[in-house]
Ligand binder design. Sequence first.
Ligand SMILES: Cc1cc2nc3c(=O)[nH]c(=O)nc-3n(C[C@H](O)[C@H](O)[C@H](O)COP(=O)(O)O)c2cc1C
Length: 195
Amino acid sequence: MKIVAFAGALRKDSVSKKLVQETVRLLAEEHDLDADYVDLKEYPFPVYDSDIEQSIGIPESIDRLGKLVANASILVIASPEYNGGISSVLKTLVDWLSRFKPDPLAGKHLLLLSASPSGSGGVQGLWHTRVPFEALGVHVFPQMVAIPRATDVFDQNDRLVESKAADKLRRVLQSFVEHAVRHRPINGDENHRAK
Ligand SMILES: Cc1cc2nc3c(=O)[nH]c(=O)nc-3n(C[C@H](O)[C@H](O)[C@H](O)COP(=O)(O)O)c2cc1C
């Protein structure tokens, strides 16, 4: 099962990046599963604009990301809550990816995570983040993980050491992996064709 993991955030010290990288480590250490971590900062793309699409086409960075997504069967995304909703970079990415026919996202399994310095962990943003993925036929796992007070839960090696948060992530990851194995999703290049 090919797994692609990324954060819906760009900044270097992003707690979302720390959380998704911790999840990649747990997948390897506890489930013997390799996940490819992708940093969206290395794939710059403009806000969706159909004038760009019509004049230049889909950006090359989006084409590369679309291929990565199409070749995976499982996605793990940690994304911050922005003003109660989905982060701007993640929404832009989803909008661009949805322009491929067929959509590379359709049929994938997705685990959603968030981390925030706030007490809520950004859980409201996760409910909003589900919506565009579900609209595109992604199987968003019912359980999600929102880590509160996220600036205090990682050690100097960026390991998630706060026990309540670490337990919750482990528990949900276990259920998600079992679910994804039981319901193997569609996979492969045939699911992605750039226009
Ligand atoms: C534009 C913007 C909107 C934000 N809105 C929320 C919010 O609604 N809820 C929340 O818990 N944190 C909010 N925050 C704070 C983020 O959770 C915090 O900056 C977090 O560290 C961002 O994630 P990152 O560290 O992965 O970049 C917001 C931050 C920004 C920049």
